[in-house]
Design a protein around this ligand. Structure first.
Ligand code: NAP
Length: 485
């Protein structure tokens, strides 16, 4: 298999059961962030293509919503099986367009396959209720009804997982969908569509429109057939969509930015936790919505934690994600690298010390390789403590009292994830109750799993993906009241 050519071969939009070119004939280039080379050109759709996809999804909805969850489960389960069979090719494709090392990409494919399989089963549990009446002549019940055609918009950092969290529950619930991937990472989602098609997807049930975000989102918003938009991406775009959605009272699920605190108490082993922290932080170069990004380490263990974190960060093998043994790939794009350098520069100008890393790696002539960085001695006004960094930077801060660290952890507009390391159950419980975050990992740096809810508080979003809540997000509750004769 040539390193220059991604294994997933299709390069078109998928509308109404057909691979097709955009109405405009336009194409967009996909770049490999490790080499800065164009690795593919894909069809770039227009608003008219999106309208056609929505019309196909609306037509397909008529029969898909009437199929049983058991029939829908067959397509989803088979999709999961095919993704597992094709995991190597899908992972290499993802590495080439996104940068993350192949083992990380493969883990993403397998997690996404599990998501398809889990929702295949959960769709069978879209139960309504029978509710006791106050009037003896009446009977009350609720039914679950698919919300309708869904517009799904996802980002580049997990190009398959974050679409799987929308496609699988939407289809399981009886909805149909039009997916818009991030423009720079369409290829691995094309590979997932190939699995859906080979799994027996009926025409129009899932459609793929790659292209300019604004045009496609405007069609989702303006088209009455689209009943719900599910968005994962930045808080800024999420707010923009909320404003637009208000004009149409369009259902909206939002999975937005984060700025997760990672809190280490003195009873935790600082060496073990520092190793877990480094793996958690530098996974996908910190370009993860639940990436730990403010490390509050108790003053009694901060010195040892920091020493080990620096040693471990220095050991991480940086390189092209296709190469064996690479643990950290390139950052996703030049702009991301420049933003990271600016955040470090701001922190150090205000007094922080850079203990390792700090800039673009000089080892590579091409590619967006950034050295894993550890900072200490940050002042409270350092921008990296308030702006979502999305970067391979570990800012280490210290604390001594639990109430102070809860206040510091909550001192952000975000509330997506938080991590707590302690062996004291009371401390763990007080943290879980006190920290404002939708996901709390206690001694667990990787908490996401298909059967548990994923989503944020505050400006990190609205609603939850995964788990039963993730299915409910695609269902309306209809209340039926029956008067007996
Ligand atoms: P982004 O700029 O908001 O882009 C995300 C998606 O939105 C892309 O498909 C993009 O399309 C599209 N988009 C851009 N402008 C739009 C507009 N005006 N209307 C509608 N869609 C628009 O975010 P990003 O920088 O790619 O992703 C990183 C952000 O996502 C971070 O803040 C991260 O925390 C967040 N995130 C959240 C979660 C979660 O589950 N909470 C998971 C992962 C990432 P184009 O690519 O075509 O511009």
């Amino acid at each position: 298999m040539s390193a220059a050519s991604p294994p997933v071969k299709n390069r078109q939009l998928f509308i109404d059961g057909q691979w097709c070119d955009s109405a405009s004939g336009k194409r967009l280039a996909v770049e490999n962030p490790a080499t800065e080379e164009t690795i593919a050109e894909v069809s770039s759709g227009t608003r008219a293509d999106c309208a056609r996809a929505v019309a196909a999804a609306a037509e397909a909805m008529k029969s898909w919503m009437k199929s049983t969850p058991y029939d829908r489960a067959k397509v989803l389960k088979k999709t999961a099986d095919l993704m597992r069979e094709r995991a190597d090719a899908l992972a290499r494709t993802m590495t080439m367009e996104q940068g993350k090392p192949v083992p990380e990409a493969k883990a993403e494919i397998l997690h996404s396959a599990d998501t398809f399989e889990w929702f295949a089963e959960e769709g069978k549990r879209a139960y309504g209720q029978v509710i006791p009446p106050t009037n003896p002549a009446k009977r009350h019940l609720t039914l679950k009804h698919p919300v309708g055609v869904v517009g799904a918009i996802g980002p580049w950092n997990f190009p398959v997982t974050l679409q799987a969290r929308k496609i699988a529950p939407a289809l399981a619930a009886g909805c149909t969908i039009v997916c818009k991937p991030a423009s720079q990472t369409p290829l691995s989602l094309i590979g997932v569509f190939e699995c859906l098609i080979d799994a027996g997807l009926p025409k129009g049930v899932a459609n793929l429109v790659i292209g300019p975000a604004g045009e496609i989102a405007d069609e989702f918003m303006g088209n009455e057939a689209v009943r719900k938009i599910s968005f994962t991406g930045s808080t800024a775009v999420g707010k923009h969509l909320m404003r637009q959605a208000a004009d149409h009272v369009k259902r909206l699920s939002l999975e937005l930015g984060g700025h997760a605190p990672f809190v280490v108490f003195p009873d935790a082993d600082p060496e073990v936790v520092a190793k877990a922290a480094v793996l958690g932080k530098f996974r996908n170069n910190g370009q993860v919505c639940i990436s730990p990004s403010r490390f509050f380490v108790h003053a009694d263990v901060r010195k040892r934690f920091t020493e080990v974190a620096v040693e471990e960060a220095k050991k991480l093998k940086l390189g092209n994600g296709l190469d064996d043994g690479v643990v950290v790939g390139p950052m996703f794009e030049r702009k991301a690298m420049e933003n990271t350098a600016a955040l470090i520069q701001d922190a150090t100008a205000k007094g922080a010390k850079c203990l390792t890393g700090g800039g673009r790696s000089k080892t590579f002539d091409k590619g967006y390789f950034f050295e894993p960085t550890v900072l200490s001695g940050l002042t409270p006004d350092a921008k990296i403590l308030t702006e979502e960094p999305f970067a391979p930077v570990m800012p280490v801060l210290d604390f001594s009292k639990i109430d102070d660290v809860i206040a510091a952890a909550n001192n952000t507009k975000y509330g997506l994830a938080a991590y707590v390391f302690t062996n004291d159950l009371s401390v763990a419980w007080r943290m879980a109750e006190g920290v404002e975050a939708g996901i709390i990992g206690v001694n667990d740096p990787v908490p996401a799993t298909p059967q548990c809810p994923f989503g944020g508080m505050k400006e990190s979003g609205m609603g939850r993906e995964l788990a039963h809540e993730g299915l409910e997000a695609y269902l309306e509750t209809k209340y039926v009241s029956l008067m007996l004769r």
